[in-house]
Ligand binder design. Structure first.
Ligand code: NAP
Length: 303
């Protein structure tokens, strides 16, 4: 099946292009980006022009940041094409509900991806936790924004979600593996004095779960979560890719390279089945943190 990629920046080049090149389901048939291109692929700088010029491309994958993504998503659905969204699926929850309604009306597939749910340890963690009771949990997601998002001012602007851009990956795993639904009870958000989105956040969630997200981490980077249950201890490390039970490594792989191939395989299944997959649970937790959380002003931040 032919697919077009829109927003040729960091994640498109790091993950989407290699995943599509290795896929038996997909042919990357066009790109759309104001500046970015993909070697050997027809490049457009305007989405509407591509949609009109290449009617045989049935699916479009959007790799734009969340704020500019909504208008592009509406254009794709209006043109009757299947749509795949990078995470988070919108800048607001209402945007995603609108996209769901449009996809339903057009009879096309909509996939709101959560790449971290495809990490190597996640499915096994979900199976192990089924039927167990969580007594407490701790999520530590601490990374250096200068290293992973160099110069991306949008991430600390309104709608960029700040540290929730990576933190929502942890929440996407959490909401996938827990046997019971979880909700936010309290939050502390640290906003740099010169920015509109938090650079760090601490969340309290039901089931005794605490989350610590920080974009200012120097040295070792941490993407871990641990749970004490009525029948043992589970840890997921490396963004969900390594699984430990009672301190012993039992599965997974120290690599994120399987996540995007798995997303594109899932998208192919959805298109074949004329189905959609949209789960807003991770984004509800983030929205609730902005609604319920206390706001602290911290030092200005420059890339
Ligand atoms: P990025 O490189 O800053 O942006 C991707 C591309 O979008 C840019 O190269 C730019 O292409 C286009 N773009 C940026 N701002 C725009 C605007 N205001 N209007 C129209 N086009 C705009 O971002 P990214 O790191 O790839 O992240 C994109 C999405 O992927 C985000 O939602 C992020 O959460 C998600 N993601 C990122 C990572 C990562 O490690 N970076 C990992 C997983 C998921 P042109 O200038 O060529 O149009």
């Amino acid at each position: 099946m032919d697919i077009a990629l829109v927003g040729i920046g960091k994640i498109a080049l790091d993950q989407h292009v290699p995943a599509l090149a290795a896929s038996g389901d997909w042919t990357l048939a066009a790109s759309v980006s104001r500046h970015g291109t993909v070697d050997g692929i027809e490049a457009f700088t305007d989405l509407e022009t591509m949609l009109a010029a290449r009617p045989e491309i049935g699916t479009v994958s959007l790799c734009l940041p969340p704020v500019p993504r909504f208008a592009a998503a509406q254009a794709v659905l209006r043109a009757g094409r299947h749509l795949m969204l990078e995470k988070p699926p919108g800048a607001t929850l209402a945007e995603v509900h609108i996209l769901q309604d449009m996809a339903r009306a057009q009879g096309v597939s909509l996939f709101a991806t959560w790449h971290s749910r495809m990490a190597h340890g996640v499915a096994a963690a979900r199976r192990w936790l089924a039927g167990r009771t969580i007594h407490e949990g701790r999520i530590t997601w601490r990374e250096d924004v200068r290293k992973w998002h160099p110069g991306q001012d949008w991430i600390l602007a309104a709608g960029g979600m700040g540290v929730f851009d990576p933190g929502i990956n942890a929440l996407s795993i959490l909401t996938e593996i827990l046997p019971q639904p979880v909700h936010l009870t309290d939050a502390q958000l640290d906003f740099p004095a010169n920015r509109q989105a938090p650079i760090a956040a601490r969340l309290s969630l039901s089931q005794g779960i605490e989350a610590d997200f920080d974009f200012r981490q120097q040295g070792p980077q941490t993407w871990d979560m641990e749970f004490r249950t009525d029948a043992g201890h589970l840890a997921l490390r490396m963004g969900g890719n390594l699984l430990e039970i009672d301190g012993q490594r039992v599965g997974g792989q120290d690599s994120i390279m399987g996540e995007y191939p798995a997303l594109y395989a899932r998208m192919a299944d959805l298109v074949r089945d004329r189905a959609s997959d949209v789960d807003l649970a991770p984004m509800v937790l983030v929205a609730d943190a902005f609604t319920r959380g206390s706001r602290n002003s911290v030092d200005p931040f420059e890339f």
